[in-house]
Design a protein around this ligand. Structure first.
Ligand code: ADP
Length: 399
């Protein structure tokens, strides 16, 4: 878990709100077409009129600039405020390690450095207002991916896999890892799912079909679609003209299009509350818009927050609603000042907490918790969604 203070988390929430929905594109292993999916998805979303940015977070093998025809060795320009101006191609803004190091020099970076670079890519880049920021993660399901998934307030992640059993098994591991760190899975994409004949355009299934859909079903996550194996994808990637622009009518381009549309829907519904947010309760600014509950949704993923006289009302994705009084919230603070870290014993004397205490600000902490500032000036508690859901509240009720 990140050890950032609530103050910096709330600052981060305020600073990142303009980035829109932040979506990680991940894969269990390399070479399954993750970056190709990220590049084509970004261009498809831009062609649908959305404002899109891509962070090429695959620091060891940055390939997004090449796929979009952006010269790899041109250092990006700086704004007068000393922010990096992203490159732009096919209507998509891009920042990549390749632009900083030259794409033929492999970036030799250790885990903490990777997170530092990516923090910079996200906070020190002049992105402007975006609807989507796609993060092309490095392949794999190790510590680096875990750290990245936790370091940013992701709306969710998609997992790209090829149809072979071994690849799907690795993808399943990746899905489990993302779930463990509370990153909503927006869906699975199956790539190289059948062969498109270059002369007749017919799609033949070389590997067995439907593995991605089966895994999605068994894990209860959406299946976003399948992209056929198409030699034109390799050519278009190499030439810097993504398939969705060079052959928009091809079955593969149509598949990207359908997946982008499914992704937009999944990001709207499946992700619960949009993070980051920084809600000033007094004047109502920054209040996160409510999302819809979903049948079979997660019991510890909030879809709505509201504050009324009786307390903080949380609507959970599984359709239940919980009301926690301001005083109960304050008393359940588990920060080091309120709770002994070793024994868990309460250090806060309930008699010192006034009956009319109210929260003044609530902000998102990553995608797993909220921070709360109270009218008594206390603001160092982090309330994980799981801990909030587990709070005994007599008012908890089904809706
Ligand atoms: P990853 O990011 O998972 O390592 P890439 O996106 O770099 O994978 O793709 C690896 C190679 O596979 C590239 O040469 C790319 O052009 C090719 N490729 C990706 N998707 C397809 C596809 N559907 N059909 C044919 N080739 C593909």
């Amino acid at each position: 878990m990140s050890s950032t203070t609530p103050q910096s988390d709330s600052d981060q929430a305020g600073h990142l709100a303009h980035l829109g929905r932040m979506i990680a594109i991940s894969s269990g292993k390399g070479g399954v077409g993750k970056s190709t999916v990220a590049a084509n998805m970004a261009v498809t979303l831009a062609r649908q009129g959305l404002r899109v940015g891509v962070v090429d977070a695959d620091l060891y093998g940055p390939s997004i600039p090449g796929m979009l025809g952006i010269p790899g060795d041109t250092p990006p320009a700086m704004s007068p405020e000393r922010k990096v101006i992203p490159a732009e191609a096919h209507g998509v803004k891009v920042i990549s390690m390749a632009m900083l190091s030259g794409d033929d020099k492999p970036a030799v970076l250790r885990g903490p450095m990777v997170t530092k670079y990516l923090q910079m890519f996200i906070t020190q880049v002049e992105w402007g207002e975006l609807d989507f920021l796609l993060l092309d993660l490095p392949p794999g399901t190790g510590d680096i991916q875990l750290t990245l998934a936790q370091a940013f307030p992701l709306t969710g992640a998609i997992v790209v896999s090829t149809p072979q059993d071994v690849s799907l098994k690795i993808a399943r591991r990746g899905l489990r890892m993302l779930e463990q760190v509370s990153v909503p899975i927006l869906g699975i994409v199956e790539n190289m799912s059948g062969f498109t004949c270059p002369s007749c355009g017919e799609v033949t299934h070389i590997f067995h079909q439907g593995g991605g859909a089966k895994i999605a079903e068994s894990l209860g996550v959406p299946f976003l679609g399948a992209i056929p194996l198409d030699p034109a994808i390799v050519d278009s990637g190499d030439s810097g003209a993504p398939l969705v622009t060079s052959a928009p009518q091809s079955p593969a381009a149509q598949a990207y299009d359908a997946i982008a549309t499914a992704l937009t829907g999944a990001a709207d519904q499946g992700g619960g509350l949009r993070v980051p947010f920084d809600w000033h309760i007094g004047d109502g600014t920054g209040k996160p818009a409510a999302a819809s509950p979903a049948p079979g949704g997660a019991p510890d993923r909030p879809v709505a927050l509201d504050y009324r006289a009786e307390g903080l009302r949380i609507g959970w994705q599984d359709g239940t609603e919980q009301v926690i009084s301001a005083r109960d919230l304050r008393l359940s603070c588990r920060c080091a000042a309120c709770r002994d870290e070793m024994s868990g014993a309460a250090l806060l004397n309930p008699e010192t907490v006034s009956l009319d205490i109210v929260p003044t600000r609530i902000w998102s902490v990553g995608n797993y918790a909220i921070g709360i500032a109270f009218s008594d000036g206390h603001s160092s508690g982090i309330y994980t969604f799981t801990a909030l859901r587990a709070l005994e509240t007599p008012e908890a009720e089904d809706v």
